[in-house]
Design a protein around this ligand. Structure first.
Ligand code: SF4
Ligand code: SF4
Length: 437
């Protein structure tokens, strides 16, 4: 029997390994390009039952091939990464016929979100959070369970039609998006990632971020009938057991009237979550979610000094936020810190270095560089010359991004940029600096 080497000892393998072992069989070992993972035993995968001493050795590709010359290389990476990984492996001399994919994938156009993600905003459902994503509005401005379910039905129809078009060269609603690429993607669509914002809950945020894209509802409240808990119950009913991950963004979870019910629902269902919070308030349930394996806390700190934080976030709470982040860090969970570069406000060395110092002391899982969304910046006149995600970055901005990334690399902080906020040509420049998400 051929020896199966699983390539990639990361989160995607952790999430799916038990299923793959049933479908494909056991690997003899893992290979990974990241030398920090090598020499370790890959065993922290939920539901894992293995005949190999409780886990699988992680080694280099060369070593794995040397030990098992009669091998098949099974790629465990998320579909969006499969094409580039395949190309790199072929360049390194792995014959194409030895490369296999753990998921059932096909070659077509797509992105990391299309077919797996649903984004519910206050007035519409979208396949992603970019400005290019198709907008499917609710029939009623103040929506009910019926209007949300109806809109989900329309979303499903749009998705099926669009996925069929992605197998061809035909025009699609995604055509101008910088994330749309040919590659290997799942053959079947299964909504695993939910993003239903807290704007549903008639909540007024306790922050006043200068770039808030939800300021209409975040600063004034909304008259929606359904709250975030009810919306998540509907989504749970519609998409069932496939759901793996919930993003709590577009609003501040810790001030939601129904936050306890919503956070407990996430805990009960065993969903992992990305909890976007301004961290002005510490919440025990958020800390409990953060302690679970794949969950993350995402905080847009955007500053490294109290003065700039006040200007950007509209509240004088820098030290309170840093102290709450220190409490969350005690869970040993994953903390992501974001830096939305705002020309004239936080594009200076003091803020960048102050931010990086905080990220290091929190042992941040990773940091993100981003831009303000066009929608958000158009809501404010407080930035003198607003740039938006449809415009190119200036040379001055690029220089500061480059400095930021170089400093992160110097101190060993993984750094990414949020590709949906950069136009295609800037994505290429940013990719040369760091990884995109
Ligand atoms: S608009 Fe872009 S990010 Fe959104 S679904 Fe289409 S390709 Fe993906
Ligand atoms: S914390 Fe979020 S919802 Fe609140 S103002 Fe800032 S961006 Fe808007």
């Amino acid at each position: 029997m051929t020896n199966k080497i699983f390539y990639g000892a990361g989160d995607n393998a952790r999430k799916n390994l038990a299923r793959w072992i049933k479908e494909i069989g056991e690997p003899v070992c893992f290979a990974d390009m990241d030398s920090r993972k090598r020499g370790k035993c890959f065993s922290d995968s939920p539901g894992l039952e293995t005949s190999r001493g409780g886990g699988y050795e992680v080694t280099s590709l060369a070593d794995a091939i040397d030990r098992y010359p009669d091998y098949e290389l099974w790629l465990t990476l998320a579909p969006v990464n499969l094409l580039s990984a395949t190309e790199q492996l072929i360049e390194r001399g792995v014959p194409k016929e030895r490369i296999r994919y753990c998921e059932d994938v096909e070659y077509r156009r797509g992105c990391r979100l299309l077919g797996e993600y649903i984004f519910l905003t206050v007035d519409s459902i979208k396949p992603c959070c970019t400005q290019y994503g198709k907008v499917i509005p609710y029939a009623d401005k103040v929506h009910s369970e019926e209007s949300v379910r109806h809109c989900i039905g329309e979303f499903r129809q749009w998705l099926n039609k669009t996925l069929a078009l992605m197998r061809t060269d035909a025009e699609t609603d995604c055509d101008n998006c910088s994330l749309l690429k040919w590659g290997y993607y799942s053959k079947t669509s299964s909504i695993k990632l939910l993003n239903a914002g807290s704007g549903f809950a008639n909540t007024i945020c306790n922050c006043r971020c200068i770039y808030c894209s939800q300021s209409e509802t975040a600063f004034k409240g909304s008259d929606q009938i359904l709250d975030g808990y009810e919306i998540h119950c509907i989504l749970s009913d519609e998409f069932g057991a496939a759901i793996e991950f919930v993003c709590l963004t577009d609003g501040e979870i810790t001030v939601l009237p129904h936050r306890d019910k919503l956070l407990n629902l996430i805990i009960e269902k065993g969903w992992s979550a990305m909890v976007a919070t301004n961290a002005l308030l510490y919440n025990d349930d958020v800390a409990a979610i953060l302690s679970t394996q794949f969950s993350v806390l995402n905080v847009s700190l955007d500053a490294g000094t109290a003065e700039t934080y006040h200007k950007v976030k509209g509240v004088n709470a820098f030290s309170k936020v840093v102290s709450n982040l220190e409490r969350y860090a005690e869970t040993k969970g994953r903390i992501e810190l974001k830096y939305i570069l705002l020309p004239g406000l936080n594009d200076n060395f003091d803020d960048v270095n102050g931010f990086i110092k905080i990220a290091v002391s929190l042992k941040a899982y990773r940091v993100y560089l981003s831009r303000a969304s066009l929608n958000g910046l158009s809501n404010t006149a407080r930035i003198s010359e607003p740039t938006g995600s449809t415009t190119s970055i200036t040379e001055q901005e690029y220089a500061m991004y480059a400095y930021f990334v170089a400093r992160c690399k110097e101190v060993g902080l993984p750094v990414y940029y949020v590709a949906e906020f950069f136009i295609t040509s800037d994505c290429l420049r940013m990719s040369n600096l760091c990884e995109g998400i």
